[in-house]
Design a protein around this ligand. Structure first.
Ligand SMILES: [Zn+2]
Ligand SMILES: [Zn+2]
Length: 294
């Protein structure tokens, strides 16, 4: 057997697998029951839907029995709320929408708190606040946020109230100038340190980009040089000025700064870079000199 094959869920599968399959079957069942009960559809269509619903129920039956027998922990997610234990929670109304969270099925209190952090209901899990991970959003939310590049910290290290809007800084990721809500929380923002790390990595790894030898932003003569091509053009320009005998700014120092970045990028010596690019400078200087000799 090759290719993608759906793993068959049996009564011996893990709680997460069984509950994941049961959720699919419940939805399939509800879908076909809705069709079967519609009086606007033909008998043939309704019979087929009834049959499909019955098949879903039949497949679910042994899996439901496995749950009744093994009684693993089940957790229910309230949209925009918390994760609650199976059963009645005093913080919820009977009508509150909740969804079985198959990924958490079979997890004990400590495991669920580790994965879902402060999203776990502290009424359903009374000792949640003393468990490791409760003061965090949990590994699951942290992983989600990391994938989105978001920072989860809401507490500003400083707030600046001057001007029209309040803004503050984030001690968690180093972001500055983040808008602050009327409640004094930082608005959702990109994780600055992660973004900086990614940019630094790109400056080192991306063959088109350039940075300092350590991957920082390459700033020459007060402006940023982003690409390797621009760096080469700028080096040639500065050395052309040097060749023309221009003085004023420190063109030779700027050129040296660029050559060091290019050398680090290509893993060659500064002298190699200078020798290669000097040929372009010489050519340009000859072009400039030629009309003057006429
Ligand atoms: Zn609860
Ligand atoms: Zn932050």
């Amino acid at each position: 057997m090759t290719g993608a094959t759906t793993r068959t869920v049996t009564v011996d599968s893990t709680p997460a697998e069984i509950d994941g399959r049961l959720i699919e079957l419940w939805m399939t069942y509800a879908h076909h029951r809705a069709i079967a009960e519609s009086d606007r559809l033909s008998d043939d269509v309704r019979d087929a839907a009834n049959q499909a619903a019955r098949e879903a129920a039949e497949e679910a039956e042994p899996l439901e029995a496995a749950y009744r027998e093994r009684q693993w922990p089940r957790w229910w997610w309230v949209p925009n709320g918390h994760l609650h234990r199976e059963g009645d929670c005093s913080t919820l109304y009977a009508s509150t929408e909740r969804n079985l969270t198959a990924a958490a099925s079979g997890m004990d209190d400590a495991q669920v708190v580790k994965r879902y952090g402060w999203h776990v209901c502290a009424v359903c899990v009374p000792n949640a606040p003393v468990l490791d991970g409760f003061r965090t959003p949990g590994t699951y939310a942290a992983a989600e946020a990391a994938a989105n590049g978001d920072c989860l910290n809401k507490v500003p290290t400083y707030v600046n109230n001057r001007g029209w809007t309040a803004w503050g800084g984030c001690g968690e990721c180093g972001a500055r100038g983040v808008a602050v809500t009327s409640l004094g929380n930082l608005r959702k923002h990109k994780h600055q340190r992660m973004a900086d790390d990614a940019a630094r990595k790109a400056r080192i790894d991306d063959p088109r980009l350039i940075g300092t030898p350590t991957g920082e932003v390459l700033k020459v003569d007060r402006s940023e040089i982003k690409t390797k091509r621009t760096a080469e053009i700028e080096w040639v320009r500065y050395m052309e000025y040097v060749g023309l005998g221009w003085t004023g700014d420190d063109y030779r120092t700027f050129a040296r700064q660029i050559a060091e970045a290019l050398a680090a990028k290509d893993g060659v010596t500064v002298e190699d870079v200078e020798a290669r690019l000097q040929l372009k400078v010489d050519k340009k200087l000859r072009q400039i000199a030629r009309p003057a000799t006429r």
